[in-house]
Design a protein around this ligand. Structure first.
Ligand code: GLC
Length: 685
């Protein structure tokens, strides 16, 4: 036993082993919170109109694909593109007034036209247009003068480059080797000739893991502090990027950003856009911003200047209104941490910074006129008094707020100061002695191959529970987890452990279960995150079968199991590019398989209830033309148990245990630890 204790002590690891992502630059990037996005290019000249008609399909920056416009014809536009009104200094000044901390400019969009002078192609604003300008240079210098960070959008697809994949409606095409080399040459220029680039906002395309890794490393080699966006794919990025105008439903554990357009329909200039009221639009964007920062994210708000380079007055006004609000309440935004609460509220949202809790009155006025929540372990020192009255009863904090605080949809912020620095509040304490992926608080990131194949990944699990004395835990797992190294954090200490053969224990996991027939349904289209529609089930006699399919299709398996009692059973599941497993409607497993994997078998421990259970397995295909599947009882249902004795007895009422993979290759990838259970040993007194 002594040996084990000293081994554990030796393996005491500091929290946060992913040093690569934990740089000061990353922290700084997160603290900045707000950036201005600029979509500007050849398409801006057309303003969403082709041959006198508005092009209503697709985004206006993609008018070449949606009009559609023959390549030769589109490219001649360059010869008359002269954005005389594009004034980088005045755009930088607007960004400052809007409270933005950086500007991200489209150096090259999908049409392949470069706003920078490049030796890689003549198809750029300097060489192909009468103005002979390099807007990347102008904007980078203007940002520098204005004290703003400067970042670049860069499209991974390119409709001009002759050796690239042909244009397609989904924009998630493969990158040919020649195209990859072309991208690298352009990135080298962009990262060498334009001063510090705060972020590289890659977009679309479908890289192989090697291509993503190579570009990620290239960026960091040339500019170590440059942050790489999630759309580089294959989990090789510094921050996750949500889908366009999308928000996660909970705080993520990794840095993330959402890109927001003035209107969902377009990013590039659209002359016929009905714009409405700028003040109302600003209120909408302020709410988007609050939704983002209260969940720990960064906000990237877009403008699309017209073909002359003028900022659209409506967009300018929205930006300025956002800036006015930030000028007043920016203290609750910049440098803040996400809401300490685990749930969202109808009355608004929260952020925190040190001892301060900031409440944004951005939701609905509460009928009772009261806002209430629990802050266990904290003492309220001060409310800011201007707009509300404050009371604390034990853990409960209660504010009485007048309706005027919500008047005209103007968002006010209240500051509450507590006796100590505010940390994320623990989830509800469990009473169970067995910690499972079902009773855990999951830790989330976004994992992806590409734009359509992304999902909210579970990068670890955390539990809060009450136990007076804690000294020993048992880790219980299957053959599949053996050999894996995990970080086990108990309260504030982390132990790095390898799940070895441990004490082996046979189980009889299927005892008494009755299996019905296996059913198949599909195909369904959509991304890996699309909800299932599950229309027509057909019986299949094959438990291990093959499906002829197309990219972006999902098939579903359905299995009903009658169980005489609540129990965990072990099954074998096989799928291709990605898999999701639901037990009685709850998603219990969801992950991508290694890139271009046509079949991967895994063991899954599924929690059944007494009576009838319905298991649904989603088989996701991104790349292939056929996939194999499998669903059956595990052939060798063995479980392993590893005893962990803590170096010292932990006293205290409540504890937190967290498990994560040790040093994962990417902090965004799914932990694939849903089979792992932890049993808490009671100490006999
Ligand atoms: C999508 C579109 C692209 C746009 C981008 C902004 O990826 O393809 O046109 O620039 O979203 O987020």
């Amino acid at each position: 036993m002594k040996k084990l204790v000293s081994l554990l002590c030796l393996l005491l690891a500091a929290l946060g082993t992913q040093a690569r992502h934990d740089t000061q630059a990353l922290r700084q990037w997160q603290d900045n919170k707000c950036s201005m996005f600029i979509h500007f290019g050849l398409y801006s000249r057309l303003g969403g109109v082709w041959k006198g008609k508005p092009v209503t399909q697709g985004y206006s920056e993609q008018i070449m694909a949606f009009a559609p416009i023959p390549k030769g014809e589109y490219e001649t536009l360059a010869g008359t593109f002269d954005p005389t009104q594009f004034n980088a200094d005045s755009i930088a000044a607007l960004a400052r007034r809007a409270g933005m901390r950086s500007v991200i400019l489209t150096s090259k969009h999908h049409d392949g036209f470069c706003l920078f002078r490049t030796s890689t192609t003549g198809y750029n604003l300097y060489d192909a247009s009468p103005c002979r300008r390099d807007l990347v240079k102008e904007m980078s210098e203007a940002c520098h003068r204005a004290g703003l960070n400067f970042g670049l959008y860069f499209s991974l697809i390119d409709w001009h480059f002759p050796y690239a994949s042909p244009m397609s409606p989904h924009n998630a095409d493969f990158i040919t080797p020649k195209h990859h080399e072309y991208t690298k040459a352009q990135l080298k220029e962009l990262l060498t000739d334009y001063g510090p680039i705060s972020e590289l906002w890659f977009d679309m395309g479908s890289n192989t893991p090697e291509q993503s890794r190579e570009l990620y490393e290239l960026v960091h080699r040339l500019q170590p502090d440059c942050m790489v966006s999630g759309r580089l794919g294959n989990d090789r990025y510094d921050f996750c990027v949500m889908g366009d105008n999308q928000y996660p439903d909970a705080t993520l554990q990794t840095p993330w950003q959402t890109c927001v357009s003035m209107f969902n329909e377009t990013w590039g200039y659209r002359s016929w856009q009905e714009r409405g009221d700028a003040e109302e639009k600003a209120k909408e964007k302020i709410r988007n911003l609050i939704n983002t920062v209260s969940h720990g994210g960064n906000f990237l708000l877009n403008i699309g200047p017209d073909g002359e380079g003028n900022v659209i007055p409506f967009e300018k006004e929205v930006m300025e209104n956002v800036g006015n609000w930030l000028e007043r309440y920016g203290y609750a935004v910049y440098g803040s941490s996400p809401s300490p609460f685990r749930t969202d509220f109808g009355w608004g949202a929260a952020t925190r910074n040190g001892r301060n809790l900031y409440l944004f009155l951005s939701g609905k006025y509460p009928e009772s006129g009261k806002i209430a929540f629990d802050m266990p372990g904290y003492i309220l020192k001060k409310g800011d008094g201007k707009m509300a009255t404050y009371l604390q009863y034990g853990e409960r904090i209660e504010l009485t707020v007048p309706a005027s605080a919500y008047k005209d949809r103007m968002v006010h912020v209240l500051t509450l100061e507590f006796d100590k620095e505010i940390a994320p509040l623990p989830g509800k304490s469990g009473k169970s002695l067995i910690l499972t992926s079902q009773n855990a608080v999951p830790l989330h990131s976004y994992s992806c191959f590409d734009y359509y194949t992304n999902y909210k990944s579970t990068t670890g699990y955390s539990w809060n529970f009450e136990q007076i004395l804690l000294k020993q835990l048992d880790l219980i797992y299957t053959q599949q987890e053996t050999g894996r190294t995990i970080d086990l954090t108990v309260d504030d200490k982390t132990y790095t452990l390898t799940l070895d053969g441990g004490k082996q224990q046979e189980t009889a996991p299927l005892s008494g279960t009755e299996w019905g027939d296996l059913y198949l349904c599909g195909p369904e289209g959509g991304s890996f995150s699309s909800p299932a529609r599950l229309k027509k089930w057909e019986k299949t006699t094959e438990r291990n079968g093959t499906i002829v399919c197309k990219p972006f299709e999902s098939y579903y398996l359905m299995q009903e199991i009658e169980s005489p009692r609540a129990q965990r059973i072990m099954v074998e599941i096989g799928a291709g590019n990605g898999v999701e497993v639901y037990v009685n409607g709850e998603s219990v497993i969801k992950h991508l398989n290694p890139y271009r994997c046509t079949f991967r078998k895994e063991v899954a421990v599924l929690p059944l209830k007494k009576g009838n259970n319905r298991i649904v397995v989603r088989l996701y295909n991104r790349f292939e033309n056929r996939m194999e599947y499998l669903f059956r009882p595990a052939e060798n249902p063995v479980i392993f148990r590893k005893e962990v004795t803590l170096p010292e007895m932990l006293n205290g009422k409540s504890h937190t245990v967290t498990i994560r993979p040790h040093n994962p290759d990417s902090p965004h990838a799914d932990a694939e630890l849903s089979n792992l259970r932890i049993r808490l040993r009671r100490i006999a007194m």
